[in-house]
Design a binder for this molecule. Structure first.
Ligand code: NDP
Length: 313
């Protein structure tokens, strides 16, 4: 990448929907904009079925994210650096951002759009069999389970959608949920019910995984209640879909205020408690984690950055 500026107007950390939506407006607002991201597209590229982006009845995450990125980078004042930010510091006239790839880049403002990471079950065997029967992304790894028996842990929208997707390959998909009734969005629930009627899915409620066991790879799990009379539940694969944790470590580093859940506290204008630092997308304390909301928050963040920079001139 050739840098277009010694000091960027704005560095956007994270290249998901929020980050690239901000960058697209950065292009239009004529801000020298740099997106630094380890994964272009972010978490949505693992979703194959998107039917809630206004104006597009059906698409997939890779296409949606790819199009937003393409739109953003069609502006010459928008750069992308494929790297991981390791440190953000306050500097004389703004901020200094260091990366794993040994770059140190200056900017006058920062937008944090670092998203979330998968929550782990934290039970014995999870780490040992990760990638060997234990997975976190159905679209990435589900194809390997043709005609196999698999289970999805979790009971909200992601778990239900992943379970439905997995029925494309698997002989049977169990949803193991810790409470009485799963709680996906109504339209997703209707799809689950259809799969249950077809005999492709089954829900095991009021159950928690205590341990994941196997030899070379996962062979069975132990639940905290007997299922079909047995202590051991034989499986070929297990997909953990129990939500996400905010990736707010960098924000914390520079003194950005976090919520109890570790999300970045922002106001309606995507401003944090620090001048010149904005946040957008799933890493913020917004209640509804939706792509369209992340996109809009990205736009709010860059407008706020724009006004801040104007006020400094
Ligand atoms: P959620 O945090 O909403 O749900 C996590 C699920 O896992 C819940 O059912 C929860 O149980 C369960 N769970 C959490 N921890 C454990 C644990 N330790 N052991 C067992 N089960 C556990 O995550 P989602 O990823 O589903 O959704 C996150 C956000 O993303 C939501 O706002 C959702 O609306 C949004 N989303 C949007 C989509 C879209 O754009 N269409 C698609 C998917 C998600 P419990 O029910 O008891 O809390």
């Amino acid at each position: 990448m050739s840098l277009i500026s010694d000091v960027y107007d704005v560095i956007i950390i994270g290249g998901g929907i929020a980050g690239f939506s901000a960058a697209m407006y950065g292009g239009r607002l004529k801000l020298n904009t740099l997106v630094i991201t380890s994964v272009r597209g972010g978490v949505i590229i693992q979703t194959n079925d998107i039917a809630n982006w206004p104006g597009i009845e059906k698409t997939d995450g890779m296409s949606l994210a790819g199009n937003i990125e393409k739109h953003a980078t069609s502006y010459q004042n928008v750069n992308v650096l494929d790297d991981t930010v390791t440190k953000v510091k306050k500097a004389a006239n703004g901020f200094s951002v260091s990366t794993e790839g040994d770059k140190t880049i200056s900017s006058r403002s920062i937008i944090i759009a670092t998203g979330t990471e998968w929550r782990k079950l934290g039970v014995p065997g999870e780490e040992q069999f990760s990638g060997k029967g234990v997975h976190y992304c159905a679209l990435c790894d589900g194809y390997a389970y043709k005609d196999k028996i698999i289970a999805v842990i979790g009971g909200a929208d992601s778990a239900a959608k992943e379970a439905i997707l997995l029925t494309r390959w698997a002989k049977k998909v169990y949803m193991i949920y810790r409470k009485e009734t799963i709680r996906p969005e109504p339209i997703t629930l209707a799809n689950v019910e259809e799969k249950i009627r077809e005999g492709k899915m089954e829900i095991i409620n009021n159950a928690n995984v205590l341990e994941i066991k196997g030899d070379q790879r996962l062979t069975h799990i132990i639940l905290d209640r007997k299922y079909n009379g047995g202590d051991e539940f034989k499986l070929d694969g297990l997909f953990v879909e129990i939500g996400h944790n905010p990736q707010s470590g960098l924000a914390k580093q520079i003194g950005v205020e976090l919520s109890k859940k570790g999300e970045i506290n922002v106001n309606r204008n995507a401003e944090t408690n620090l001048d010149g630092v904005y946040a957008a997308g799933d890493v913020t304390d917004g209640r509804f984690k939706q792509a369209i909301i992340a996109s809009a928050e990205g736009v709010q963040a860059i407008y706020s950055a724009y006004e801040y920079l104007k006020s400094k001139k």
